[in-house]
Design a binder for this molecule. Structure first.
Ligand code: ZN
Length: 131
C-alpha cells in the first residue's frame, strides 16, 4: 500500500506534534486534528501533575493534621511537634510566611491555618487565620 500524506487544506508539509504523522496543512497547524491536540495537551498536563503529586500529598497530609488538631480544640497552645510528625505533619512543606498582628511573631501559613515553632524547634503552636 502506498504511503500517502494526508491533505488537510494547506500546502505546508507538517508533522503532528503529538504523534509525528505527516500531513499537508496550514502554516501554523501543529496537529492533524483537535483530537490529537487534546491528547497532546492532556499528556502534558498529566506529566506536570505527576511532578507535583508528592508535594501536594505532603501538603494535604500536613493540612489534615492541622485540621484534626483544630477540631480537637488544640489551637493556640504549645504542643510537641513530634506528636504531629507522628501523624504525618511535615514542617518543611512550602508555606507562606506571615506576621501576626497580635504578637508580631512570624507564622507559617497553610491555607486557613498558621503555625510557628518554638526557638528550640521542639514545640508548635497552631492558629486559625482568615483568608
Ligand atoms: Zn498526532
Amino acid at each position: 500500500m502506498e504511503n500517502e500524506i494526508l491533505q488537510l487544506g494547506g500546502p505546508h508539509l507538517k508533522e503532528c506534534k503529538c504523534c509525528g504523522i505527516e500531513f499537508y496543512g496550514r502554516r501554523n497547524q501543529k496537529f492533524v486534528n483537535t483530537a490529537h491536540k487534546a491528547q497532546y495537551n492532556n499528556e502534558k498536563r498529566a506529566l506536570k501533575t505527576e511532578k507535583l503529586k508528592p508535594i501536594f500529598k505532603r501538603m494535604r497530609t500536613s493540612y489534615e493534621v492541622l485540621n484534626n488538631y483544630a477540631k480537637n480544640g488544640k489551637l493556640g497552645r504549645w504542643m510537641y511537634i513530634t506528636d504531629l510528625i507522628k501523624e504525618g505533619f511535615d514542617a518543611n512543606i512550602p508555606t507562606n510566611l506571615i506576621k501576626s498582628k497580635e504578637d508580631g511573631a512570624e507564622y507559617y501559613k497553610l491555607l486557613d491555618y498558621a503555625y510557628r515553632l518554638s526557638e528550640d524547634g521542639t514545640k508548635i503552636i497552631i492558629q486559625k487565620v482568615n483568608d
